[in-house]
Write a protein that binds this ligand. Structure first.
Ligand code: ADP
Length: 940
């Protein structure tokens, strides 16, 4: 390197002409040069600081000035430290590369020829040059000059990139000053700086954006890989130093850019330069291969230009697609910026206003609203809900900050829905939808729902009420009409309130449990739930999930159905009970029938013996046989009556007497237990129409049961028998203070064979029969019981007048002259009848063979004929028909004694023939009554 040495040659070279001249090489010297002109030696003086100072040089007299300068340049460039030679006026004469790097940031020689204060200080970290006046450059330069001229040692110089130097100035022997610099940057700072530089380089290279850095003259300094990917082609490589304009022009000429038609690439390149210099910020660049780049330029602090290129091909494609979609949407869409100016709007949106999108965009929001309103009014499309003021208000509301969707109904029938939504960047999206067809469809649907007999309710996804038809409102809110929800009300809260006010029959559940049950039923879509209301209504409901996540509930009123089902169930139960009883009755009737004849004989003859025995003991025994057999006969009849399901005889009976009889029968067991029996009978001696014995049996059953119930209580056991005549009814209560009957078995105790007693103790037919007997008397038998407190059985029967005197009538006369034909295949019975009638004064002809009897009847006219019905040789009806054929007069006086009242053959015969009859077992009085009626009958 060399500087301007013109002024130095004559003066200073003369001055050193007398200096020493060395032709040998000092072996202690570190650096030596020798050429044909002479030699120059540089010796280290301060090796420890690695500072090499040109201490001396010797120039042979024959050495010319040029050669000396060349030698000096060589010497300068050879040293690692920075070296600068300045003349007396502090103009640079010679600097080596190291010095140029520090002082001028690597500038070329032309830059540093000149005064020392030409050093550009922008690379320097100037804080150590602080002057009292601050950091002004003038002051700094003055400082630097002073430091050099005063040969200051160890001046600290610090560059912005972190490197640190020490500089020392010295008078040069040839005149002027020598300034040397030594780098003293701490090692780690250097490495860190290097690392930072490398990282920066890597980061810039890794960027997805193309980066190109141009200097202030717009020549390329640096570029990253992405930039070269964007623009470089074979044979078109970026080189540092290339001008922006040249690069641009070249790319344009190569067809790299897509230029507008007719634009000259040269002109375009110049325009690009101008744009960058003028600081044009963003531009879109289209490349011929279809890519789209977004270019931005920035001025650097150093006066250069940074150009950044971003590939937005994909983004542009998405944007275009989005724009296309929005443009073709059937709804009106617009975007409003934060200042409420329209930035975008699609065709559908501008059609709502009836003006072009561009025109629309130029309007302020208030103008837009007014414009829409004017337009609507001009088209007579004003909203009909209280137009025009409220219409304007509703549109305003649609544009309000509240983001509430607003539905407008226009006069022409159109429905418009206006909605708003905000973007994260503070813009507002406006959407206007023509919902007319939707509305119409919805109205049709709602009409259809309204016409349904079934109730239906629609809820949204948060279980808020949307719609419910009238049928639902009627079913669900009868008596609580004020609780019908409004649109948007929470269905769950509504339900909770209804529960709290006791609207539902919760079947013993607590409010909370019921709510839980309801919620769980509703959450099981499609499942049917039976809901009961406190007012007795029943509904069946099911919930279904809608496609939008809400719920659709269907409810059906099943109150009537429930009633019918309950009735049906009751009927079924009754039929079931009847079937059971009938089966039982038939069985018992069979047994009873077999007992009839022997019992008739026992009873009949015991009756005949009565009063004929003088021995009081025997007489008493006969009485006992008579009573017992009569009782047995009556029981048999009761069974038969039950099997027939009707009372045997219906006559006025004194209720108090019936009860006394019943108490008598059961008194023995009660007494032996010490049970207290309270008898509280109505003093008016009430009567009922019925069968005395059957009713006595009912009450005796009830008293025996009561006795069982208090059995374990001993003397604490108490039974109350009470009769009352009230309102045309006689009520008989039989109460005990036993253990009572648990609620769950109460309905079952009237079932045949239901018993809680041990085998041998209970049969379970007592109450079933009692119930049956009472019902056949058109009465009721009910029970009321509390466990631990006892039970009360109540019989209610219709009261009747006491006309027994009338019915009893006068004593029947049995004239001895009357003849009677008795026909019965069983001899014992035939004989009994004969004996009874003979004793009563009749003349009796007895026959055990119906054929023979027919002959007798044919031959003789009798006052009466008494025949058995079920005879092996001939049944009663055949006998009667034959008799009518051979002896019609005798037939007209025929009566029957039957032991088979159950068979349909028998009942049908009696119904059609209208023949009088009595049932076995035979009772004397009945027999005589029958005879009386026959003899009287025949006379008519
Ligand atoms: P049985 O007495 O043979 O069991 P019933 O038909 O008379 O048959 O009674 C049926 C059931 O009704 C009895 O087993 C008993 O459980 C209940 N019951 C009847 N009367 C009473 C009563 N007074 N107190 C408690 N339980 C009763």
């Amino acid at each position: 390197m060399r500087g301007d040495l013109t002024g130095l040659n004559s003066v200073q070279f003369n001055a050193v002409g007398s200096g020493s001249c060395m032709d040998t090489i000092d072996t202690n010297s570190d650096i030596k040069w020798k050429n044909c002109h002479g030699s120059l030696t540089c010796s280290p003086v301060e090796r420890s600081q690695r500072t090499v100072v040109l201490e001396d040089f010797a120039l042979r007299s024959e050495l010319d000035a040029d050669a000396a300068i060349a030698l000096l340049e060589d010497a300068f460039s050879g040293v690692a430290c920075g070296m600068a030679l300045l003349d007396e006026d502090l103009n640079f004469v010679l600097v080596n590369e190291s010095f140029a790097d520090i002082a001028f940031g690597g500038e070329t020689a032309s830059r540093f020829s000149g005064k020392v204060d030409k050093i550009p200080f922008e690379n320097w970290s100037l804080d150590h040059f602080q002057t009292p006046d601050g950091l002004e450059e003038v002051g700094l330069k003055a400082d630097l000059r002073r430091a050099i001229t005063s040969c200051e040692q160890g001046m600290a110089w610090k560059l912005r990139d972190g490197r640190q130097f020490q500089a020392s100035a010295k008078r040069a022997q040839i005149g002027g000053y020598l300034v040397s610099t030594t780098e003293v940057t701490p090692r780690d700072t250097m490495e860190a700086a290097e690392r930072a530089r490398n990282m920066l380089r890597e980061a810039v290279d890794a960027l997805d954006d193309g980066i190109m850095l141009f200097d202030s003259d717009m020549n390329l300094e640096v570029f990253n890989t992405r930039a070269s990917e964007f623009f470089q082609r074979d044979g078109n490589r970026f080189e540092p130093g290339q001008s922006f304009e040249a690069i641009w022009r070249r790319l344009a000429l190569d067809g790299f850019w897509v230029l507008e038609d007719g634009v000259d690439p040269e002109d375009r390149a110049r325009l690009a330069v101008k744009n960058v210099r003028n600081g044009a910020k963003y531009r879109e660049i289209r490349l011929s291969d279809g890519r789209e780049l977004l270019a931005s330029s920035h001025k650097t602090d150093q006066g250069g230009y940074l150009l950044v290129y971003r590939d937005r091909t994909d983004q542009a494609r998405v944007e275009n697609l989005l724009e296309d979609v929005i443009e073709n949407l059937p709804v009106g869409v617009a975007v409003e910026d934060a200042d409420h100016r329209l930035t975008h709007c699609n065709d559908a949106f501008s059609r709502f206003y009836g003006i072009s999108g561009d025109e629309l965009k130029s309007l302020s929001r208030a103008d837009r609203i007014a414009q829409l309103y004017d337009k609507l009014e001009a088209l007579n499309d004003v909203p009909c809900d209280g137009f025009p003021l409220s219409a304007q208000r509703s549109i305003m509301r649609a544009h309000s900050e509240q983001f509430i969707p607003v539905e407008m109904k226009f006069r022409d029938g159109r429905h418009i829905l206006a909605e708003r939504a905000s973007t994260t960047r503070g813009e507002t999206i406006l959407v206007m939808t023509d919902t007319t067809s939707l509305k119409e469809a919805r109205d049709m649907l709602l009409d259809a729902f309204q016409a349904l007999d079934e109730g239906m309710v629609l809820c949204d996804g948060d279980m808020n009420y949307v719609f419910g038809n009238d049928a639902w409102k009627k079913m669900n809110f009868e008596g609580a009409e004020h609780m019908i929800p409004e649109v948007g009300d929470s269905v769950v809260e509504n339900l909770a309130a209804l529960i709290a006010m006791g609207h539902y029959d919760m079947g013993g559940m607590s409010g909370e449990e019921y709510m839980q049950w309801m919620m769980s039923e509703m959450s099981q879509h499609g499942k049917r739930a039976h809901v009961k209301f406190a007012n007795g209504r029943h509904i069946m409901g099911s919930s279904h999930l809608t496609s939008y996540g809400g719920a659709l509930l269907f409810v059906r009123d099943i109150t009537e159905q429930q009633k019918l089902e309950a009735e049906l169930e009751q009927q079924r139960e009754i039929t079931h009970q009847n079937e059971k009883l009938s089966a039982l009755g038939e069985l018992l009737a069979g047994v009873a029938h077999e007992l009839n004849n022997p019992l008739s004989v026992v009873f009949g003859y015991s009756q005949m013996l009565q009063g004929k025995i003088n021995d009081p003991v025997l007489s008493e025994r006969v009485d006992l046989i008579c009573q017992s057999s009569e009782r047995a006969a009556k029981i048999v009849r009761t069974f038969l009556a039950m099997a027939r399901q009707r009372p045997t005889s219906m006559e006025p009976c004194p209720v108090n007497d019936i009860l006394e009889t019943a108490l008598e029968v059961s008194s023995y067991s009660l007494k032996s237990n010490g049970t207290e029996v309270v008898v509280d009978l109505d003093g008016s001696d009430p009567h009922v129409t019925g069968d005395f014995d059957q009713l006595a049996q009912v009450f005796s059953n009830l008293i025996v049961n009561a006795g069982h119930a208090v059995r374990n209580k001993g003397a604490r056991g108490k039974i109350t028998v009470r009769t009352r005549h009230e309102g045309g009814q006689v009520q008989i209560d039989i109460s005990d203070n036993g253990n009572g009957i648990p609620k769950d078995i109460q309905p079952r105790i009237f079932e045949p064979f239901f018993t809680t007693k041990d085998v041998g103790e209970g049969t379970g037919i007592g109450l079933a029969f009692s119930h049956r007997i009472v019902e056949s008397h058109d009465g009721t038998l009910t029970v009321a019981s509390t466990v631990g407190q006892g039970a009360t059985f109540t019989v209610r029967l219709l009261a009747s007048e006491d006309d027994s005197v009338l019915l009893t009538g006068p004593e029947v006369e049995h004239p001895s002259s009357r003849s009677v034909l008795v026909v019965d295949d069983e001899e014992g019975v035939a004989r009994l009848i004969t004996d009874l009638l003979t004793e009563a004064g009749y003349t009796v002809t007895m026959s055990t063979d119906p054929t023979a009897a027919l002959k007798l009847a044919e031959a003789q006219q009798f006052d009466a004929v008494l025949s058995d019905f079920k005879m092996p040789q001939m049944s009663g009806d055949t006998f009667f028909r034959a008799l009518r054929a051979v002896a019609p007069e005798n037939a007209a006086r025929t009566g029957f004694i039957t032991g088979d009242a159950m068979s349909t053959q028998v009942t049908t015969f009696f119904k059609t023939s209208k023949r009088p009859h009595i049932e076995k077992p035979i009772m004397k009085d009945e027999l005589l009554s029958l005879l009386t009626s026959l003899i009287g009958d025949s006379t008519t």
